[in-house]
Ligand binder design. Structure first.
Ligand code: O7M
Length: 214
């Protein structure tokens, strides 16, 4: 199954609730991160829970293990079901997030390679591949890999096997959903939905891609 994950990055609660409400019937999960949380506080997670969808905390956590676990505990106490961390701080830092996630029956995803043009500057030369291998050893649930470079995501799929790949970069960043959907377990879409005049219809437009990966 390929899930459609809404990146809910607007910075007011009014917009966030309006867009989530319109999109909810057509999506499988909501990802929120700094833009919305810094504007409205962590408690917005409790309100978004009302839509009955998994909530993923995209804080790209990237610190020492102790700080990572303190952050992760806050995330799961706030009602999230998943957390995203960076892999480059090392396996002990990733394991700290994985432990808290699994203690809370949640999931932990690790950024292996980023989708923007600059994402190719440092996540190259085998770094993303090493992060993907580390993710398996650390027991994380999957990786984040770019929809904008499907050839890279295909290589990371070979490493990650049946663990999940969530893939941002569709729509506003130019990634082709038809190309990436069959390769990954979730496509992450933000502006193409939340900047639309009709976010419900925009989300519904991805219906044929949901379930593309069998
Ligand atoms: O569709 P967009 O471009 O409006 O939004 C994409 C979302 O995915 C946005 O919330 C980004 O912060 C996030 N994202 C990327 O765009 N690229 C990455 O490499 C990684 C992420 C991400 O979600 O990381 C967990």
């Amino acid at each position: 199954m390929t899930d459609l994950i809404l990146a809910l990055d607007p910075t007011t609660k009014t917009d966030a609730m309006r867009i989530a409400s319109a999109a909810a019937p057509h999506i499988d999960a909501i990802k929120i991160g700094y833009p919305l949380i810094l504007a409205e506080g962590l408690d917005i997670a409790k309100e978004l829970k009302a839509f009955g969808l998994p909530l993923i905390a995209d804080f790209k956590v990237a610190d020492i293990p102790n700080t990572n676990q303190l952050i992760a505990k806050q995330v799961f106490e706030a009602g999230f079901s998943g957390i995203i961390c960076h892999g480059f701080p090392g396996s002990d830092s990733v394991r700290a997030c994985v432990k808290v996630a699994h203690d809370n029956e949640g999931e932990c995803y690790v950024v292996a390679e980023m989708s923007h043009p600059g994402g190719a500057e440092f996540f190259q030369g085998g770094t993303a591949e090493r992060i993907a291998r580390m993710v398996i050893d650390a027991g994380a649930d999957g990786i984040i890999a770019p929809a904008t470079r499907p050839e890279r995501t295909r290589i990371l799929r070979e490493i990650i096997g049946t663990r999940k790949i969530l893939s941002p970069g569709v729509g506003a960043q130019g990634g082709d959903p038809d190309v990436i959907a069959g390769l990954v377990d979730g496509i992450i879409v933000g502006r193409a939905i939340y900047e639309s005049d009709d976010p419900g219809a925009a989300a519904a437009g991805y219906a044929s891609l949901r379930g593309k990966r069998t």
